[in-house]
Design a protein around this ligand. Structure first.
Ligand SMILES: [Zn+2]
Length: 225
């Protein structure tokens, strides 16, 4: 009764379809939960292997949702990325953390590293949409959250600099490193919101792979294959 009154005064809306939530619903409406396209556990291993075969050497990879047009997962990512709904990142981060904890697998992760945004996009958007997802997982699994090692070069910089170093960085998709000692000998979990061709993760891997004795795992909200 009190909750109904609170919902009346402060209506809550579905993070995907934006219809008003009823009392028993939280973050997502019942329709959208059923329409999410949760990625079946038994299909994930081969999907990641075929995405990264011969390109990225990783220990473990996991996704929450299968990305397909028209699914609630697509709308969820859209709202997280373009509509400032940062709480979606926390919500899916808790979901992922609970799955990892419930599977009781000791993945010996050391730290979470978010795929960085282009500096220009960071300025426009004001936040990296993957930060909430990564931070919640790092809190729940008691891992360090490290966002000051892997950086993305701005588009203009990669066009302006023509020296040898800049060319090497462009080959690697415009990522570069600072403070590399922080990740030496660590099992790093790279987090992203959506993996399609895998080329962004591959570029991050090529940069991170310069760090001594680094192991890599991958967590994503959506996988599109
Ligand atoms: Zn909904």
């Amino acid at each position: 009764m009190i909750n109904q009154f609170v919902d009346f005064l402060f209506p809550r809306f579905c993070a995907s379809c934006e219809h008003q939530l009823i009392e028993a619903e939280n973050v997502l409406c019942t329709y959208c939960i059923h329409n999410l396209a949760i990625y079946p556990e038994e299909l994930q291993k081969s999907a990641f292997e075929s995405t990264f075969y011969g390109r990225v050497n990783y220990k473990f990879a996991k996704t929450l949702f299968y990305f397909q047009k028209g699914t609630s997962a697509q709308q969820l990512i859209h709202n997280l990325k373009y509509r400032g709904q940062k709480y979606i990142g926390n919500f899916v981060g808790q979901w992922m953390a609970q799955l990892l904890l419930s599977q009781k697998a000791s993945y010996d992760f050391d730290c979470i590293v978010p795929v960085p945004l282009h500096p220009q996009r960071m300025r426009q958007r004001g936040y990296n949409q993957i930060a909430g997802f990564g931070q919640v997982i790092s809190e729940k699994l008691n891992l360090n959250y490290v966002d000051d090692v892997l950086y993305r070069q701005s588009n203009s910089a990669s066009q302006v600099f023509k020296n040898r170093l800049a060319r090497i960085e462009m080959i690697e998709g415009g990522f570069y490193l600072k403070n590399i000692e922080k990740l030496a000998n660590k099992h790093v979990v790279l987090v992203d919101d959506l993996i399609t061709t895998g080329s962004t993760i591959e570029s991050c891997y090529l940069a991170l792979n310069r760090i001594k004795n680094l192991k890599l795992s991958i967590l994503t909200i959506c996988l599109a294959r």
